[in-house]
Structure formats: structure tokens, C-alpha cells
Design a protein around this ligand. Structure first.
Ligand SMILES: [Fe+2]
Length: 193
């Protein structure tokens, strides 16, 4: 299968082209993230590019709480994805990892993000407003949980260097710190197996 544009618009195609250029030219994931920052900020600031149909919650969510993960773009090699994560008011994700580097930013609503270390101890908590974004460079800051704090659904945009919805990763029990195999899936695309 080739590149998949689930949301096939000039905005998404131009963004992915620029991201691929930045990755190709960068000496490291950290340098690539730095180079992508301005374009990612631009995407978060553009109110018009993400259709309402990609901002709908998912009652059958693999993450619970009506959380929807909408795939927007997936590269042929499955090493780059762009997706929207929809978290209804009051809902929270499980504590989870991503197993890939990339950028995550808030597009709509507000969220609290709690960050955990590898022993599943909470090491940081931050409040996010639209336009805020952060870099994931595993193992640093790879384990977290987000909770919507606004009365409206929150929408965050993820640019990650794996097929995040379909890879098997981990969800963690806060009390015991135990990891369980976790696959979040996408609302609009089935995983292969
Ligand atoms: Fe996450």
C-alpha cells in the first residue's frame, strides 16, 4: 500500500511534504522536531483545516471514555502518521506510551497532561491550551495521560514516527505500575491483523 491520505487536502499534503523534508535533512530526531516546530505551530493555529467529521468521539473506543483516534495520514512505510485524538469532556486516556518520537499539540479545548517516569511515578503535570505542543523523544517523556478539562471535547494533533494506532504499545496501571499490552486502534481505519 502507498501513502494513505484519509484527509486528502492541500494543507495536509503540504504539511507532510515539509515534515518529510525536515526529517530527511535532520541529523537526529531532536533536530527534526526542532525543524518541524514552526510548521506544527502553523497547523495548530489554522482553524479551518480539520473537518468536523474528524473531531467526533468514538463510542466504541479501545481507550474507553468515548475517545476517538482519527487517522489523517499514514506513510507507506508506516513510519510517519498524523492523527487527531478526540477526548470528550471529563474523559481521560489510560496512562500510556507511544514508542516513537514526534510532536503532540492541542488544537481545541483544554487538557491536563500528567507525565510519568519508567517506574510509573508521576513526575510532572501541566495544563494545556490550544496552540500548546510538546515533543516526544522516547524514552524521555514517553509515558503520560491526558484528561480533558474543558466543557467542550478536546482535540489534539499527533505527528508520530510509527503507526501509533496499530502498533502494540503499553497501558499502565497507576496503582501497581504494571504494564499491559495496549493497541488503541483508529476510528476510521482497521489494523491489519
Ligand atoms: Fe499520548
Amino acid at each position: 500500500m502507498g501513502d494513505e491520505y484519509l484527509l486528502d487536502t492541500p494543507t495536509v499534503r503540504d504539511f507532510i511534504r515539509d515534515v518529510r523534508g525536515a526529517i530527511a535533512d535532520a541529523a537526529s530526531p531532536a533536530a527534526a522536531c526542532d525543524a518541524i516546530r514552526p510548521r506544527f505551530a502553523e497547523l495548530l493555529a489554522d482553524p479551518d483545516w480539520l473537518p468536523a467529521e474528524f473531531q467526533e468521539p468514538n463510542p466504541d473506543s479501545g481507550m474507553g471514555g468515548g475517545i476517538g483516534q482519527w487517522l489523517l495520514f499514514r506513510g507507506a512505510d508506516r513510519e510517519l502518521t498524523l492523527f487527531a485524538l478526540i477526548v470528550p469532556p471529563g474523559s481521560a486516556t489510560p496512562i500510556h506510551d507511544h514508542l516513537a518520537w514526534g510532536l503532540v499539540g492541542l488544537y481545541r479545548g483544554t487538557q491536563d497532561e500528567e507525565i510519568y517516569n519508567e517506574r510509573v511515578e508521576r513526575i510532572e503535570q501541566r495544563a494545556l491550551v490550544p496552540g500548546d505542543f510538546y515533543v516526544l523523544l522516547p524514552p524521555r517523556d514517553d509515558i503520560h495521560r491526558v484528561r480533558t478539562t474543558s466543557a467542550e471535547t478536546s482535540v489534539s494533533i499527533h505527528l508520530l514516527t510509527n503507526d501509533t494506532g496499530c502498533v502494540w504499545r503499553h497501558a499502565y496501571d497507576e496503582a501497581s505500575g504494571e504494564a499491559a499490552a495496549f493497541r488503541s486502534g483508529y476510528v476510521n481505519v482497521d489494523c491489519d491483523d
